[in-house]
Design a protein around this ligand. Structure first.
Ligand code: SAH
Length: 243
């Protein structure tokens, strides 16, 4: 009976994995991965068998149930199995289904945290997600619902949207409908943490202008306090609060 280590790979570049994650890869006999943004990650587990379970690895888009079954089967046959996931495994990574499958099979596992895309985007653009006095709350949202519908929210000072890259014009409309003023700052970052990262600053009403620049790249949209330019003095009418 083996153990499954869920390893968070970080946002793309191999060196953004954690030391603990890299050590887990070094111990792995098998690595199940979805898509590798940086082939250099393979050098952390050169002797392991690398199995692509992502869209490009299967004839058709792999169903989550097939991945769960493969994970259980592989763990039963090997000592240390790494399930490698992009960004942080606990954020929009279908981790729940895989944890349940392992628990039901009575298999042991561990989750190793990592750098999620929202944090990589903030670092890339040098736009902190929290701001003293203005940005006390941060929300991570997927822009797409399970049924494939676009949703926008206005629940936190800083709202970070995953999976919105293809729908920026529609997101602009929905954000305003959700109550964000048209002139709210919005930051768009694609390939955050990678050598070819791009970031651009917009207003919510003009988010569509970012579409061409970030087309076909994994993209994060940050709206509100964390998406705004650096500011040493709080804006008039927004008195400093203890943060
Ligand atoms: N578990 C991952 C998220 C997977 S969902 C994490 O924690 O980051 C996939 C979405 O993540 C993409 O549609 C995109 O919105 C975002 N994403 C992943 N890598 C990214 C990167 N390097 N730069 C910007 N966005 C990224």
């Amino acid at each position: 009976m083996g153990k499954v280590l869920f390893v968070s790979a970080g946002p793309g570049s191999a060196d953004l994995i954690t030391v603990r994650g890299a050590r887990a890869l070094a111990d792995a006999e098998v690595v199940l991965y979805d898509a590798l943004a940086d082939a250099e990650l393979r050098s952390y587990a050169p002797h392991a068998r690398w199995v692509n379970v992502g869209k490009r690895g299967f004839e058709h888009s792999a169903k989550q149930s097939e991945i769960n079954a493969l994970l259980v089967e592989t763990a039963r046959q090997h000592g240390v199995v790494v399930r490698l996931k992009g960004g942080d495994a606990s954020v929009f990574g279908r981790l729940e289904e895989e944890l349940i499958a392992l628990a039901e099979a009575g298999l042991d596992c561990e989750v190793i945290p990592g750098v999620t895309a929202a944090l990589a985007a903030a670092a890339q653009a040098q736009r902190p997600l929290t701001r003293r006095g203005r940005g006390r709350t941060v929300s991570l949202s997927t822009a797409m619902t399970e049924a494939g519908q676009l949703r926008a929210a206005n629940t936190a000072d800083t709202e970070v949207f995953y999976m919105a890259g293809r729908q920026l014009p529609e997101l602009a409309t929905l954000l305003q409908r959700a109550g964000w003023p048209a002139d709210t700052p919005a930051l768009v970052v694609s390939h955050a943490g990678r050598p070819d990262a791009l970031s651009s600053e917009h207003l919510v009403a003009q988010l569509a202008e970012a579409a061409a620049q970030h087309a076909e790249r994994p993209t994060i949209v940050v709206v509100g306090a964390g998406g705004s330019p650096l500011c040493s003095n709080p804006a008039p009418g927004k008195p400093e609060r203890a943060a």
